[in-house]
Design a protein around this ligand. Structure first.
Ligand code: IVH
Length: 701
């Protein structure tokens, strides 16, 4: 290959043309046919060479240049695009019987007893787009919006390599191709992993990730995300060149659009059923999420006759998978060792979308549960998500069990420290007897100690705790407060640098720098004063969650008081507290009877001041005595702060929406709770409205 500096103008132009064609072909092979004709490295060489030539000859940059696939313009907000042909939605059904009704309805409408063929298409769980071509050129793209008006995502769509920028001359002069933008499961996991490492937004499911990636004002960000598309319908068309949905897919394919290979014409109800069952079965193994199968009358003449209801076509329906359940594989059964030594079996699942949320783990509760359901590694299982609870395994699909899968044997030793794991006679739980010599228990306690509702130390995430523990930097909570002192200075002008060379020098660790270390120290210093409820909660007393910690704070007022009475096993007051039962009381007293725990507390209090609890509840606030639920991401405060604020104003904070809920405070990306509130007719407030309501109350005081 010639050195770029030596290229003549003509040569450069010729090579750019060649590169554009080669890269387009490679994109096509990779995305459309799933058969890359170039290795990643070869592909990169072409892209780089193209960019280098363009940099030298900017006026030769071609309209169809591969570099233009990255949208450049940064907009301040999305423009609106009115759909010339509305983007409709589909009616939902959940059973084969309802599909049969739908088919009968179609026949009745057409007044025919003849068999009708349907195109069955996987229902892609993404977000729909409309791409408009005029005289073969891609001119604009839009989201569905409310179906009538969508957002202008032209630049964002341009960054999706699978979307053709040009249609062949034979295509209609005006052609709107519609379909779904989605994020493949593997790209979703990779994105989340990366975001997690960078402390950026972690998406709940591939659909949200796709939406968040596509609806970026800066298309450069869209370009960095891996988005994919399937095309499946059309909007405005100047001349319709196809007579069936099947023909249309052939056209789309010919024009270079990805069409789902699982799309299939079904000519009878039994074919519909078989196809549906087949797709359900392979669902977990598909590289992308689907949430049902769409049936469309294949013959467009019939479609035209059937027409539309208000918002949905009469010729199509979505057969949704049963809600909140999905079938997937158990890849492994892990035994987690908790803060209190409890061994909890957890199933690692082949990740799957269950009712809109990606699920990759399910709790197995305890060893009896595994036995009762005869759950084995490698089994296909039905997972279920109910509300906000951790996913569970409903049943094992024994008919899918590979021959020779061994029974699962629950360990009688702690998998983390090797100590005996014992099960008290009347207990379902087996516990590690290693106490704090068990690294798992010690780490879990530390993680709990720094968690959001406890000391809330930003910078000490789970991974950091694990590393610091393993490297002997943090063994118990008090060590957190000596970190700065033990770190040594990194001030290069420091005359005592010779001595400080002996410190921990966290800033030299991988993933850390001066700034992040200083931030961490600042965060820790900030927590040297801590509220009583947070402190109690942070201790990790078995069964004592933040609500109980608050009750204890309210009833004892100071930590000294609490400790004094607990150490004296003075339980009369304790168990009289509404919300603290006998079992819990025993656990609390037992905690304070443990010498080691008292030592931890004593050490900690050398560095930490525990504030006394003042009963600061405001009783005449608009939310006093009411039950509120928070959902979504709050912008102005953390969840924990919001909760504290609500409680300060006399409200009870609940985790899920029910008929007892008075207010739902909704942040961004609110999910099912907001929907439920709406269904139940519960008052929904934005975060701002909520804060304003409380402030108003204050100014009236
Ligand atoms: S056809 C008039 N086909 O489902 C028919 N929609 O519930 C318009 N979807 O907004 C849609 N896969 O986002 C169609 N193969 C498919 C689909 C599909 C997913 C989505 C689409 C639409 C929603 C309707």
């Amino acid at each position: 290959m010639k050195n770029i500096q030596e290229l003549s103008r003509e040569e450069a132009a010729a090579e750019l043309a060649e590169l554009a064609a080669k890269i387009a072909k490679a994109d096509n092979a990779y995305y459309q046919n799933d058969a890359p004709d170039l290795t990643d490295a070869e592909y990169d060489v072409l892209k780089h060479r193209n960019a280098a030539i363009e940099a030298l000859f900017p006026d030769l940059v071609r309209e169809d240049s591969p570099s233009k696939r990255v949208g450049a313009a940064v907009q301040s907000r999305f423009g609106k695009i009115e759909h010339r042909f509305p983007m409709l939605s589909l009616g939902d059904v959940f059973s084969l019987a309802e599909v049969e009704d739908f088919i009968l309805g179609v026949k009745r409408f057409l007044n025919t007893s003849e068999n009708i063929a349907f195109m069955a298409e996987p229902k892609i769980d993404g977000l729909s787009f409309s791409a408009r071509y005029e005289y073969g050129e891609f001119v604009s793209g839009a989201t569905r919006g409310d179906g009538v008006t969508g957002e202008d995502i032209t630049e964002n769509l341009k960054t999706i390599k699978q979307l053709p920028r040009r249609l062949p001359a034979t295509a209609p002069r005006i052609m709107e191709v519609r379909g779904e933008v989605y994020m493949a499961k593997k790209d979703f996991f990779a994105l989340n992993e990366k975001n997690m490492a960078e402390k950026k937004k972690v998406f709940a499911n591939p659909r949200n990730a796709a939406a968040g990636s596509l609806r970026q004002l800066n298309p450069q960000i869209t370009a960095e995300r891996k988005l994919s598309i399937w095309a499946y319908t059309w909007g405005e068309v100047s001349e319709r060149q196809w007579n069936t949905q099947e023909d249309f897919f052939a056209k789309l394919h010919e024009w270079g659009f990805p069409t789902n290979p699982l799309n299939k014409v079904c000519s009878s109800l039994s074919e519909v059923e078989n196809n549906f069952n087949h797709i359900m079965e392979i669902r977990a193994d598909l590289p992308y999420d689907i949430d049902g199968v769409v049936y469309k009358v294949n013959d467009l003449n019939l479609q035209d006759r059937l027409g539309f209801l208000t918002r949905t076509p009469r010729w199509a329906i979505a057969h949704k998978f049963p809600a909140e359940q999905a079938i997937t594989r158990i890849n492994n059964i892990r035994i987690q060792v908790g803060r209190t030594g409890a061994l909890t079996p957890v199933a690692d699942l082949e990740p799957i979308n269950v009712g809109g949320v990606m699920v990759s783990h399910a709790t197995l509760h305890n060893e009896d549960e595994i036995k009762r359901k005869d759950i084995r590694i490698g089994d296909m299982v039905v997972v279920q998500r109910a509300g906000d609870v951790i996913p569970q395994i409903v049943e094992v699909k024994k008919e899918h069990r590979p021959a020779g899968l061994p029974e699962f044997v629950f360990p009688d030793k702690c998998p983390e420290c090797g100590a005996h794991a014992v099960r008290e006679e009347d207990e379902a739980i087996r516990r590690c007897t290693g106490g704090l010599t068990c690294p798992a228990q010690a780490k879990e306690r530390l993680k709990h100690f720094v968690s959001k509702d406890a000391f809330d130390i930003v910078g000490l995430g789970n991974k950091v705790i694990e590393e610091f523990y393993d490297d002997g930097i943090l063994k118990n909570p008090a060590d957190i407060f000596t970190l700065e002192e033990r770190n040594g200075t990194d001030n290069e002008y420091d005359l005592f640098a010779v001595f400080s060379a002996e410190g921990l020098h966290l800033e030299k660790r991988e993933g850390w720098g001066k700034l992040s270390v200083n931030n961490l120290f600042a965060a820790i210093r900030n927590r040297r004063n801590i509220s009583l409820p947070r402190f109690i909660y942070a201790l990790g007393i078995p069964q004592v969650g933040s609500a109980t910690a608050l009750l204890l704070a309210k009833n004892y007022g100071s930590f000294d008081n609490l400790q004094k009475e607990m150490c004296a096993a003075e339980t009369a007051k304790l168990v009289a507290i509404d919300g603290i039962g006998g079992e819990m009381g025993n656990d609390i007293v037992a905690f304070f009877a443990e010498e080691h725990n008292l030592k931890v507390i004593e050490n900690l209090r050398k560095y930490v001041t525990v504030e006394d609890y003042e009963n600061a509840e405001i009783s005449d606030s608009p939310i006093s005595g009411k039950t509120v639920v928070f959902t979504g991401t709050l912008e102005k405060m953390t969840r924990a702060e919001a909760k504290a604020l609500a409680q300060k104003y006399g409200a009870k904070v609940a985790g899920s929406v029910s008929t007892h809920t008075d207010y739902v405070i909704m942040g961004t990306d609110a999910g099912s709770k907001a929907k439920k509130a709406e269904e139940l007719g519960i008052k929904v407030l934005s975060e701002t409205e909520f804060v304003e309501m409380l402030q108003q109350n204050q100014s009236e005081e």
